[in-house]
Design a protein around this ligand. Structure first.
Ligand code: ADP
Ligand code: ZN
Ligand code: MG
Length: 481
């Protein structure tokens, strides 16, 4: 029997606000424990919540970007449970009237498109953080995260593979970053994904019993967890066993998931409407102003890049999914009308340098006018590709005046034919076997000989000249044979 995997996601995204959802404590990450707390977020008796207006605003921005329907009369509900990271012993969340419903997001895998349905998006507060010290056996609590605003995005069980889930998280992150809703740093916990997964015989409709996996903090971990869990469930069913509906914890070091709690002792949250907060009415004028304030979204940008600039879907996606890169791309294009070349430089040496330096492009010294200048000089052949590549890379970490740098270093392509002839001669002497191959008709090796000659000239020769001179000398050898 062939088994099909069915996956639905519940995604928590921390909203990009300065202050918490119901008090004015800071939301900034990574500070000393319990330094961002007040009577409201630590649940002192009598303290009352006041809603941060930015929270519904950011939730709505996300929802509008995801094609959701807005719940015009929305309200908060109380979700009761006890856990030490939750000082009120309830979480203010939404159950009965989530602010957004029925959205969708298109994902891309193997050049095919698929629509993933989003069932709802609701607002809620985050809990604190328990820090377990295995050595002493003591657990400590940091309440800084208590009351940080979240949206929870719930999808329909529309995914079939880990690749689809990966694409969704990437597309979603791009949208949330573009709209300044969330910074989506999974490693800092600002985007957290729970994976609900079941399997069923291929071709059947009925959903199997699902498990829910938590503690997934990278896209790679999510993929591994999905593949592990699907195989685990299939193995159980093949042996005639039953899947028990449970929450499982993924251990990324060991590459396994283990049971945390089963349905039998599942929580009963006793939800009821939150009495300390009034319902929210979302007015049409406010909503349409918000719609107008949305930037061009990454998917629209991608399509424009493909249609207008002739980029491949891959190139267009790589650039459009990062707002800062897309801005850089468009600003450079305004100065130099060579989209393919700008894209090549950004995705090749550009991304390489960003990875190596750990910088964002806006924090590096490279600017659109510098890249445009380098491309222009390369196209006009006053710099070789290699020279302009080296300057481009330098520009990431140093503030360089390109014109001055070229003057100081005396950079210009070597066009002196004697120098190039000499280098070609040396290459031919150094690689007699390759020369023999060429002469016997294997003309493919020509490129290798060009490469070797360019290398010996440190990339500073005019490649067209190298080509010509190399051909001449090889022809001479051919005629002499
Ligand atoms: P609950 O009320 O228990 O939270 P929901 O119906 O809200 O359950 O679903 C939670 C998540 O689990 C959603 O993302 C949904 O798509 C997914 N899900 C529900 N049933 C299944 C199933 N049988 N297999 C895989 N995913 C499922
Ligand atoms: Zn507070
Ligand atoms: Mg649910």
């Amino acid at each position: 029997m062939i088994w099909e995997t069915v996956i639905g996601l519940e995604i928590h995204a921390e909203l990009y606000t300065k202050t918490k959802i119901f008090c004015s404590c800071s939301t900034s990450f990574g500070n000393a424990p319990n330094t961002q707390c007040c009577p409201v977020c630590t649940a002192m008796p009598g303290a009352l919540p006041t809603l941060n207006k930015q929270v519904p605003e950011l939730a709505l921005k996300a929802g509008l970007a995801l094609g959701c329907t807005v719940t015009k009369h929305t309200k908060f509900d109380r979700k009761n449970y006890f856990y030490p990271d939750l000082p009120k012993a309830y979480q203010i969340s939404q159950l009965y009237a989530p602010i957004l419903r029925n959205g969708h997001l298109t994902i891309f895998t193997d050049n095919s498109e698929k629509d993933i349905r989003i069932s709802e998006i609701h607002m809620e507060e985050d809990a604190g953080k328990l820090i377990h010290d295995n050595e002493s056996g003591i657990s400590k609590i940091d309440y800084n995260r208590c009351g940080v605003p979240l949206i929870e995005i719930v999808t329909a069980p529309d995914f079939r593979t880990a690749a689809e889930v990966t694409s969704f998280i990437e597309e979603l992150s791009a949208i949330l970053r573009y709209t300044n809703v969330c910074d989506c740093k999974m490693q800092e916990g600002s985007l957290r994904v729970d994976v609900n997964l079941s399997v069923r015989p291929e071709g059947t409709e009925l959903l199997g019993t699902r498990t829910e996996m938590k503690n997934l903090n990278s896209i790679k971990a999510i993929s591994r967890a999905i593949n592990f869990e699907a195989e685990r469930q299939i193995a159980i069913l093949r042996q005639g066993g039953k899947i028990s509906q449970e929450t499982r914890r993924w251990d990324d070091d060991k590459g396994i998931s283990t049971s945390m709690r089963t349905k039998e002792n599942a929580n009963d949250y006793r939800y009821f409407p939150e009495p300390d907060l009034p319902p929210i009415v979302i007015e049409e004028a406010y909503l349409s102003a918000l719609k107008d304030s949305l930037p061009e979204l990454p998917q629209a940008k991608r399509q424009r890049y493909i249609a207008k600039f002739g980029l491949t879907p891959y190139e267009a996606t790589m650039i459009s999914n990062r707002k800062s890169l897309a801005e850089f791309f468009e600003k450079t294009l305004a100065l130099c009308n060579d989209p393919k070349e700008v894209s090549n430089r950004l995705l090749g040496d550009g991304l390489k340098m960003l990875n190596e330096t750990g910088l964002n492009i806006e924090d590096s010294f490279i600017t659109p006018d510098k890249l445009a200048l380098l491309i222009d000089k390369t196209n006009k052949k006053t710099l070789t590709r290699q020279q302009s590549k080296e300057i481009f890379e330098l520009c990431f970490t140093k503030s360089i005046d390109i014109e001055q740098y070229i003057l100081e270093k005396g950079l210009c392509p070597i066009t002196n034919t004697d120098t190039i002839s000499e280098a070609v001669k040396n290459t031919l002497l150094k690689h007699p076997d390759t020369v023999k191959e060429y002469l016997s008709g294997k003309t493919k090796v020509f490129g290798f000989l060009v490469g070797q000659t360019m290398r010996s000239l440190k990339g500073s020769a005019d490649p067209a000249l190298v080509n010509n001179i190399l051909k001449e000398q090889l022809n001479l050898l051919q005629n002499n044979e």
